[in-house]
Write a protein that binds this ligand. Structure first.
Ligand SMILES: C[C@@](CO)(OP(=O)(O)O)[C@H](O)COP(=O)(O)OP(=O)(O)OC[C@H]1O[C@@H](n2ccc(N)nc2=O)[C@H](O)[C@@H]1O
Ligand SMILES: Nc1ncnc2c1ncn2[C@@H]1O[C@H](COP(=O)(O)OP(=O)(O)O)[C@@H](O)[C@H]1O
Length: 282
């Protein structure tokens, strides 16, 4: 049995440069891992099947599961004939902009690489991950990284200075494809990734907060009226930085002080069904 932790990510920035010929958007975004994780357990089966069990009603247990898809690609490319059982202990909210499914897929590639002693390098695993989804290559190593291209061109960055992350997910599911479909390239306020990277290099927490911009935020907020009141509430509670992650709908606040994190958590609990306080991950 092999065990892997699959952490969620938040977007500190998310920029879109243009729409590509393949239908995807050219992005430039800074992502960082947080201490809110799924746990995956892998076992070899003698019969050549892939079995996924997640015990979460929002997560499919068949070929639609991103961990299943990752196992399929892995087995084919590494010529593995035996089967595999994947148990997913799901903690990351689903369809939330936190890359839960992508992180499970990446953890599957890492886990099977250990289970079958196939010795793939991080670069080889990232290449394999591209076939599953745009966020999966980032999730192979996680941490703080700049992602370009479709999301697969990665540059490691210095970590987000240690802080608390308060997350609130309104009870709505968001389709990433639909949000990207509403992008208007002539009408967006872009983040300044250069300044955001400098802030990380200087380990200047407040400067990182000042650069937090996500071009998808106004689009998803227009589609779902539940999101902006959460952001306002976090702002009013004096959060250091507040932003929607990915295509949403999760909104997060980052703060240095534990007391402030608790205050924000308490102000949102009861108002919003899923609220979490976690640490940033180095
Ligand atoms: C928005 C982001 C930001 O991190 O994350 P989430 O909100 O999903 O967490 C990602 O770009 C999402 O990545 P991921 O969820 O892996 O997307 P994919 O499965 O590859 O693509 C889903 C759909 O999103 C659109 N898409 C995705 C990535 C990209 N660079 N351009 C796109 O236009 C495409 O329409 C695609 O069909
Ligand atoms: N292992 C998985 N965990 C979560 N969702 C999954 C998984 N496999 C497939 N999915 C599907 O992928 C969709 C997006 O899920 P998720 O990765 O959590 O969101 P996001 O892309 O917004 O970060 C969900 O609607 C779900 O049906």
């Amino acid at each position: 049995m092999v065990y892997e932790k699959a952490p969620a990510k938040i977007n500190l920035t998310l920029d879109i440069l243009h729409k590509r010929k393949d239908g995807f958007h050219e992005v430039e975004m800074i992502m960082t891992s947080i201490d809110l994780s799924d746990r995956l357990f892998f076992e070899v089966l003698t019969k050549d099947v892939i079995i996924v069990d997640s015990e979460n009603r929002y997560v499919p247990n068949d070929h639609r599961n991103l961990a299943y898809q990752a196992a399929k690609v892995f087995k084919k490319q590494c010529g593995i004939r035996s089967g595999v059982k994947i148990d997913i202990d799901k903690n990351i909210p689903v369809a939330a902009g936190l890359a839960g499914g992508s992180s499970d897929a990446a953890a599957t590639i890492r886990g099977l690489n250990r289970l079958f002693s196939t010795g793939l390098s991080n670069e080889q695993m990232e290449k394999m991950a591209e076939q599953i989804g745009s966020d999966v290559p980032y999730c192979i190593q996680g941490g703080t990284q700049l992602a370009k291209g479709r999301g697969e061109v990665l540059t490691p960055l210095p970590p987000l200075p240690a802080c608390y992350v308060v997350l609130a997910k309104p009870k709505i599911g968001v389709s990433t494809k639909e949000v990207y479909g509403k992008v208007d390239l002539n009408n967006m306020i872009h983040p300044n990734n250069e300044l955001a990277i400098k802030a990380l290099e200087d380990q200047d927490f407040q400067a990182v907060c000042d650069q937090m911009v996500n071009v998808l935020e106004p689009i998803t907020m227009n589609m779902h009226k539940e999101i902006s009141p959460i952001k306002e509430q976090m702002d009013n509670a004096d959060a250091d930085g507040v932003l929607m992650s990915g295509s949403g709908p999760t909104v997060y606040a980052i703060v240095k002080q534990q007391s402030k994190a608790e205050r924000i958590y308490n102000s949102l609990k009861g108002f919003c069904e899923e609220v979490y306080v976690v640490h940033s991950l180095r």
